[in-house]
Design a protein around this ligand. Structure first.
Ligand SMILES: [Fe+2]
Length: 200
């Protein structure tokens, strides 16, 4: 086991448990999950202390946590792990989001947990979190790395310009490389963890 900050290890373990709890329903995503969490068990990156910072959208965090704590096991434990380490996050906006329509710029917050700019710096794994204020759309985007989202509070999701419908706390969204995807908060804030493999 790598020597890692206890709060961060707890959050990583809880995220893995949340994903593993749904392994049977999302078999296509499990190779990615295994690669990410095995790598995090084998090695740790360098611990980084970026200055914690919050954004206006973070005012929705408590409500999002409340939604997530209503989720199935092990999402309440994951939420507690997240709440314990959240004060250390450097929340930021999505790059170039100032031009996005619908008030997105001031109505969302992202934080990197593991990876460049996160609490543990490393090149091979990227884990972060997105918070979206009620009724706000997180614009469609795509990226080469395959990605796995773990939904913490309910919201609408889309992939390839098709609606995936309402995803509930504990659901997964698996995005193959370069697939367009986005989400839309309902009357409550949307909160989700994302995991990407950046290694070779
Ligand atoms: Fe994404």
């Amino acid at each position: 086991m790598p020597d890692r900050n206890h709060k961060l290890q707890r959050l990583i373990d809880a995220t893995e448990a949340g994903i593993q709890a749904r392994a049977a329903e999302y078999p296509d995503a499990m190779l990615l999950a295994a690669r990410i969490f095995l790598t995090l068990k084998e090695t740790s990156g360098s611990s980084a202390k970026s200055k914690p910072s919050r954004l206006a959208a973070c005012n929705h965090l408590e409500d999002a946590f409340k939604q997530a704590r209503n989720g199935p096991e092990p999402i309440p434990e994951l939420t507690d792990a997240l709440a314990a380490i959240e004060p250390e996050f450097a929340w930021s906006r999505r790059p170039e989001s100032a031009q996005a329509a619908g008030g997105f710029y001031n109505s969302h917050a992202n934080a990197i947990i593991v990876g460049k700019g996160g609490l543990e710096t490393r090149q091979d794994v990227l884990i972060g979190i997105s918070l979206v204020a009620p009724d706000i759309q997180y614009p469609r985007h795509h990226h080469p790395p395959e990605e796995l989202y773990l939904v913490l509070s309910p919201g609408q999701w889309m992939q390839n310009d098709r609606s995936l419908g309402l995803k509930q706390s504990g659901d997964l969204v698996h995005n193959p490389p370069n697939v367009w995807h986005g989400m839309q908060a309902t009357k409550t804030p949307l909160l989700a963890i994302w995991c990407l493999w950046l290694g070779n």
